[in-house]
Design a protein around this ligand. Sequence first.
Ligand code: GAP
Length: 467
Amino acid sequence: MPDIKPTTTLEEIVSLSKRRGFVYQTSEIYGGLANSYEYGPAGVEILRKIKNLWWDFFISKREDMLGLDSQILLHPKTWEASGHVSSFADPMVEDKVTHKRYRADHLIEAWLEKHPIANPPVIEAMKIEDMNKFLVENKVKSPDSNEINEVKNFNLLFETSIGVVDTASQKAYLRGETAQGIFSNFKQILDSNRVKLPFGVGQIGKSFRNEITTGQFVFRTLEFEQAEIEYFFDPETSNWEKLFKDWQDKMWYFVTQILGVDESRLRWRRHDDAERSFYSKDTYDLEYLYPFGWKELWGIAYRTDYDLKQHMEFSGKSLEYTDPFTMKKFVPHVIEPAVGVNRLFLMVLCDAYYKDEEKSRLVLKLDQKLAPYQLAVFPLLKNKEELVAKAREVYTALSKEYRVSWDERGNIGKRYLSQDELGTPYCLTIDFETLEDEAITVRQRNDASQERIKLADLEAYLQNVLA
Ligand code: GAP
């Protein structure tokens, strides 16, 4: 197995993100808000492109897929039925001195990294009692080297209340996953669409979890966006293993071929019996080698008919499907590929990060489809009217078709470097010669090579290179 390393450190990604407007800390002027980030002008472009590509590939282009946009606030019974109210929890410990809270499993993971032991425990499979025992036996301390309290379960659902009176009957939750909106709309979808099993429903939307682990940038946040699919099928006529494998292949294809991520930093990890949810028949994580190690990017689980049956029980409504040919009535089973858009974003940023030591520059080698700007247009000098006018002409014409950045500040070399960090694939410079020969300099991001292109040929050239 080759020694694969992350492309860079988290500090470098955070610093680039701030410098070039990819990601900012939330409420920075007030000292920030833990585990919360905003997407700046460059970041939002990438985020939108990822979502559009996901929607296009998994929904628009498939006959067997439908889209949905359900609410963040659902009937509170939804979360009782799904099991989130009773068991959507992380194991938490508290520092006895600072009262800061930490995930017990993360403390154990960090301890094991520093103190490798033979036959380490499978952390994902540890129960609260196992974690307590481990922490006590190994005298594990908090990151501030203080004693810690015993492990408790900490529910991740954000509670809120509807209306002005804060009583139990008004209690609601910000959704902890988008999936439950799909299950609770299953009957409406069946009744209002001519669908036949197998078919899937996908949606992209915000979810909320009261995460206590800090310091993983946009990987783990309180508010995040999920892109989830529930693929419904009849387990008697469809082979679930084949469907499962097909979805895994689609996930891999999306990441490597559509987002253009290097597959050497991707791997599958199967959940063992202890880690897997009791209702799931099989679960895999597609992991990416982030700067802080191999972590879950995208999960896929065969959730059987558990969720629909739970909603049937709690709502008293039938969520059965009737086969149009055999008239067999049954509750469909489901395979769920669920990804966090923000984790896709962080992966894309890390994967594109490239230090060009030879040319002393930092380049974001983003897939062209994902770059915030496809082109940048510069007049060589900003105080030469004729150059600026010509460059504006080019900029205006190209803006009709592409997202184009305009920059006239400082020297041309610095402008190139700043576009390299934004991941802009092509920079176009209008110089004095342009006024004579109607040609411009086109500079490529990846190898910094330059060529002269006639303005008359520019459209065809760009159509070819930005195809
Ligand atoms: N419906 C299944 C479900 O929600 P999950 O593994 O808890 O499963 C699915 O979440 C995906 O959502 C994860 O693979 C991850 O990409 C993303 N995700 C989960 N919690 C997150 C958080 N706090 N911040 C960012 N992304 C998160």
